[in-house]
Ligand binder design. Structure first.
Ligand code: PGA
Length: 260
């Protein structure tokens, strides 16, 4: 079975180093030294160093929320893969819908960032998902096909096996609306089918595909129990250690029970 990955995407929060350290410390202490699910925190760039120090000795990984595709040079305001590795990152979120839709990030850019992350030996968490209008227009699969094809272009099967995908329906992000387990599972099965077609069954079986979009302590268990949902990318509920720990616990319970 694939190991579940529960990741906390803090977005543009909190507003001080002290608060970031306290949140990371709360998760670290609540989780303890060992866990059978993978846990990752994604704070803003400026807190990565501090959070890395706080997390020392814990099994929790550290993610950045973005990276640039060049390693260094005249690119004002950007941060590269090697720099993220240097401050302790293990993972990096790429192509979040707030970047795709809010900042015009394209599949080609996501692809360049993904390749830069792999070159830096960071585990990429590549986000995909349809808007409300696209879902209502029954274009979900068509949109995902375009995002998957563009974002993962040129990868070998071995590279693809090391990519984490996060299916995040845009209409469910930060809205309190969650895809039902049936809706989410159907899309995850579609994504895994696409992976199998392009990279082969064995690779598809290895790829971790997270769900994201208003994951909360009270809906995590049923989402994580779905056969093709391999974890959660959590926004709002990751800003309270107690809520995030409850979601991790749901993942641990699912893991202990095993999936059908
Ligand atoms: P949310 O955010 O949990 O607040 O909906 C999820 C995300 O954007 O990754």
């Amino acid at each position: 079975m694939r190991t579940l990955l529960i990741a906390g995407n803090w977005k543009l929060n909190p507003t001080s180093t002290e608060a970031a350290a306290a949140l990371a410390d709360g998760v670290k202490n609540g989780l303890g030294p060992a866990t059978d699910v993978h846990v990752v925190l994604a704070p803003p760039f400026v807190f990565l160093n501090k959070v890395d120090q706080v997390l020392e000795g814990s099994p929790i990984g550290l993610a950045a929320q973005d990276l640039y595709w060049e390693s260094n040079g005249a690119f004002t305001g950007e941060v590269s893969g090697p720099m993220l590795v240097d401050v302790g990152c293990t993972h990096v979120v790429i192509g979040h819908s707030e970047r795709r839709h809010g900042m015009g990030e394209t599949d080609a850019q996501v692809n360049a960032k993904l390749k830069a992350a792999l070159a830096a030996k960071l585990i990429p968490i590549v986000c995909i998902g349809e808007t409300k209008d696209e879902r209502l227009g029954e274009k979900t699969e068509e949109v995902l096909l375009g995002q998957l094809t563009g974002s993962l272009a040129g990868l070998t099967a071995e590279e693809a096996a090391g990519v984490v995908l996060a299916y995040e329906p845009v209409w469910a992000i930060g809205t309190g609306l969650t895809a039902t387990p049936e809706q989410a599972q159907a899309v995850h099965a579609y994504i895994r089918g696409w992976l199998a077609q392009v990279f082969g069954e064995a690779t598809a079986a290895r790829v971790v595909v997270q769900y994201g979009g208003s994951v909360k302590p009270d809906n995590a268990a049923e989402l994580l129990a779905c056969p093709d949902i391999d974890g959660a990318l959590v926004g709002g509920a990751a800003l309270k250690a107690g809520d995030f720990l409850a979601i991790i616990k749901a993942g641990q319970d699912v893991t202990a029970r095993g999936k059908s």
